[in-house]
Design a protein around this ligand. Structure first.
Ligand SMILES: [Zn+2]
Ligand SMILES: [Zn+2]
Length: 387
């Protein structure tokens, strides 16, 4: 019988004792298992996961471990369930929770900070100083589902209420999984960057965060918004999401083209989403004096940086980790007002049982896949679950 002290459930949303959950074995190896359904504590809820999108960071974690941090180390063979870009329906409320109702649809932010450290107190809970340290004897309340605690490649997950974003009935499950991606772009441009309407933006790399970075920048009133990349089909989607100009870097020099499109000058902001070997230097050559470069990609190799150029030109360079300062709520507001159509980057949906196939589509860009979503219900499975 599911439950715990002070936990509210509803007979219209029955909760079984166990659930399907994918767990990470050795690097690159996912296994479908059964896990007990977690019980929400104070200020937590149980989310029935209705859809979960695959992110490049999931692929990174599944193959290389970092930036997941489980019990002080890499996440392999620790019964860890990855997946962080999910949405669903609330089916149980922890003790004292009255901010949300059972049956309500929500999407989730990833990081529930500890609420006690310097960065959490500043609203930068994605940079919580207790990241990954909440295990064993230590209970700081920190969770980053899919990174330091179990994530969404399963049927149910516990979330702190401060990670919940209510969504309207008209927003599809698939679109709702994209709110956190748009929220990350929002955080980089406004909370960390300070973008105001009328400033100029370049986004380098038309992956999901780059494409939604274009959409968010345009919705914020940036002018012009310029997207660079190597694939014309993705650059075309960038145009549909609001890019004023696109540059295929295989055909022309990106720095020269940016300046040409911006009246001969560098732009105010570059959001670097490509992770390409010379991307940081190209970004600092694309911004104007005093401009800002937000680094949002994870390159595998060390990257050369023209420090002298940065110093001489007072350029700001900052990394971004996730979606702090409730930027996700503002991204959701844009999406529910249809200021841009994030569904343009959703390309495929598979059953939860077909997660390995879904991951292959995302990783190898099969059929030009961009955002691939898996759902535990309502999508026929192609493979027989190994149970
Ligand atoms: Zn992600
Ligand atoms: Zn903290």
């Amino acid at each position: 019988m599911y439950g715990g002290p002070g936990v509210k459930t509803d007979k219209d949303f029955p909760i079984p004792d166990t659930m399907k959950a994918w767990v990470l074995g050795n690097p690159g190896e996912l296994k479908l298992t059964q896990k007990p359904i977690p019980v929400p504590k104070r200020a937590e809820v149980l989310v029935r996961v209705d859809a979960v999108a695959i992110c490049a960071t999931d692929l990174e974690i599944i193959d290389h471990g970092s930036p997941a941090l489980i019990q002080g180390g890499k996440p392999f063979n620790k019964n860890f369930t990855p997946g962080h870009e999910y949405m669903g329906t609330l089916v149980a409320l922890g003790p004292g929770v009255d901010e949300y109702k059972i049956g309500q649809r929500v999407t989730v932010e990833i990081h529930a900070g500890c609420g006690q450290c310097k960065r959490c107190r500043e609203g930068m809970y994605t940079s919580c100083h207790n990241y990954g340290l909440n295990y064993g004897e230590v209970d700081k309340g920190h969770r980053a589902n899919g990174f330091t605690t179990d994530g969404g490649f399963c049927e149910y997950q516990v979330n702190n209420i401060n990670t919940l974003v209510a969504i309207p009935g008209a927003m599809s499950d698939e679109e709702a999984t994209l709110v956190v991606t748009a929220g990350t772009a929002m955080y980089g441009l406004t909370e960390l960057g300070g973008l105001v309407a009328g400033e100029s933006v370049v986004v380098t790399g038309p992956g999901p965060i780059g494409l939604l970075g274009v959409a968010v920048a345009k919705a914020l009133g940036a002018q012009p918004v310029i997207l660079t990349g190597t694939r014309d089909n993705r650059l075309q989607i960038g145009r549909e999401l609001g890019a004023d100009h696109v540059i295929n870097v295989r055909n022309e020099n990106a720095v020269e083209a940016v300046k040409r499109f911006n009246g001969g000058k560098g732009v105010d902001y570059v959001v670097e989403c490509s992770g390409a070997p010379n991307a940081v230097n190209e970004a600092v050559y694309m911004v104007n004096r005093g401009g800002k470069v937000c680094l949002a990609a994870f390159p595998h190799a060390e990257t050369p940086v023209d420090v002298a150029h940065i110093v001489r030109n007072n350029i700001y360079l900052y990394g971004i980790r996730g979606e702090g300062k409730s930027a996700t709520h503002r991204a959701e507001a844009f999406m529910s007002q249809k200021r841009f159509d994030a569904t343009k980057i959703h390309t495929h949906t598979f059953a939860l049982d077909d997660l390995p196939t879904a991951i292959r589509y995302a990783k190898d860009r099969v059929e030009d896949a961009i955002k691939v979503v898996v759902k535990a219900r309502g999508v026929a499975a192609h493979r027989v679950a190994a149970e």
